[in-house]
Design a protein around this ligand. Structure first.
Ligand code: GLA
Length: 406
């Protein structure tokens, strides 16, 4: 073990850090985990099991249903794609029944659609689902992924320790760089550090990873979404400050279009993930998305806020009971702002907000072009002391966008 750690330490010194030029804006795409989990029963459930067919179907739908045109480009394999054993050379092998053509073939298919392929591994001995982990095989696995044409790696942290992660995640960053193939690097590292009650060194993490999970897994429920928003609002360790082109905090998958959220709650997830500059990785059944959910997922105004080139992560600036105010500066000159009034109360009646612009930090005397955030509807030119009136549904959100046009 000491030898291992020393090896990692020397690699760390050798590593120039992340230099793949990716994730200049938050990555967008589709990922299997939240919706399809570790369903490997292709015999009884062929349409929903983790198989090449599932990823091909979702790739097809990203294109045919218009998601790709809106920017959703990654098709991400999550856990449970492997054989339980490496091959005689120590290489990872995709499950031979469920991925009969192998991952390279699947990557070629996904690329032929103009999309990108992501894959999942784990830094520890096993993946969270019990498949072979990358421990002792980091370099081999990075090379395997590159040879398959993989475009993104999510490296989980089950079956390992947070002390080893300090060396291991940077080592994998180094090996990914060494392949010469740009692969977006998603690290679950800080989520484990937070789980053990510590504050991650986000600057260090950002120098090795493009995106990183820092909180518990999302589930198909409002409680789960609300818990994530609370964690991001608290911003313990100021992780919001590390976000920017090339680096984003990842509050986990988009579940808009799944079972658990009401329409208002789905609006909240989309608006808040836009304000938080979060990766938009949908984990839903693209074969069955209700029109209202699809419209949210493809909403141009929300996507524009999410993909703002400055990459500023929005922050909670006010909290009054269940009522919160969040703002995100837009654009390099900070002349725009997206803001959200969030009503986390489930007490039945809408909450009427009346707030002067200056309380949001909008102080330009000439005033701002104000639009409603979901529809782009022009509200008017408002000055710092003018009042915004908004009615915010229970477990709902009202979003506005202000531009200083001078
Ligand atoms: C962890 C991750 C999830 C998912 C599962 C797969 O729980 O946080 O996002 O990848 O592992 O087993």
């Amino acid at each position: 073990m000491i030898v291992r750690v020393l090896l990692f330490a020397s690699l760390c010194v050798m590593s120039r850090g992340l230099d793949n030029g990716l994730a200049l804006t938050p990555p967008m795409g589709w990922v299997s985990w939240e919706r399809y989990r570790c369903n490997i029963d292709c015999e009884n459930d062929p349409d929903n099991c983790i198989s090449e067919q599932l990823y091909m179907t979702m790739a097809d739908l990203l294109v045919s249903e218009g998601y790709k045109d809106k920017g959703y480009e990654y098709v991400n394999i999550d856990d449970c794609w492997m054989e339980k054993q490496r091959d005689a050379n120590g290489s990872l092998v995709a499950d031979r029944q469920r991925f009969p053509h192998g991952i390279k073939w699947l990557a070629d298919y996904v690329h032929s659609k103009g999309l990108k392929l992501g894959i999942y591994e784990d830094f520890g001995t096993f993946t969270c689902g019990g498949y072979p982990g990358s421990k002792f095989y980091l370099q081999e696995d990075a090379e395997t992924f590159a040879s398959w044409g993989v475009d993104m790696l999510k490296l989980d942290g089950c079956y390992s320790g947070i002390d080893d992660m300090e060396y291991g995640y940077p080592a994998m960053s180094f090996f990914l760089n060494q392949t010469g193939r740009p692969m977006l690097y998603s690290c679950s590292w800080p989520a484990y550090v937070v789980f053990y009650g510590k504050i991650p060194d986000y600057k260090k993490i950002a120098s090795y990873c493009n995106i990183w999970r820092n909180y518990a897994d999302i589930q198909d429920s409002w409680d789960s979404v609300r818990g994530i928003i609370e964690f991001y609002g608290n911003d313990t360790g100021n992780f919001s400050l590390v976000a920017g082109p090339g680096n984003y905090n990842d509050p986990d998958m988009i579940i808009v279009g799944d079972y658990g959220l009401s329409y208002d709650q789905q609006r909240v997830q989309m608006a808040m993930w836009a304000i938080m500059s979060a990766p938009l990785l949908m984990s839903i059944d693209l074969r069955n998305v209700k029109p209202e959910a699809k419209a949210l997922l493809q909403n141009d105004y929300l996507i524009r806020v999410n993909q703002d080139s400055h990459g500023t992560q929005g922050k909670r600036i006010m909290k009054n009971g269940a009522m919160e105010v969040w703002t995100k500066n837009l654009g390099f000159d900070d002349k725009g702002m997206a803001f959200a009034f969030l009503n986390l109360n489930d007490g039945g009646a809408p909450f009427e907000v009346r707030m002067p612009l200056y309380q949001l930090g909008l102080n330009e005397a000439e005033g701002y072009n104000m639009t409603e955030g979901f529809t782009g509807k022009f509200i008017g030119v408002l000055k710092p002391h003018d009042i915004i009136n908004a009615s915010v549904d229970p477990s709902g959100v009202w979003m506005g966008i202000a531009y200083f046009d001078c």
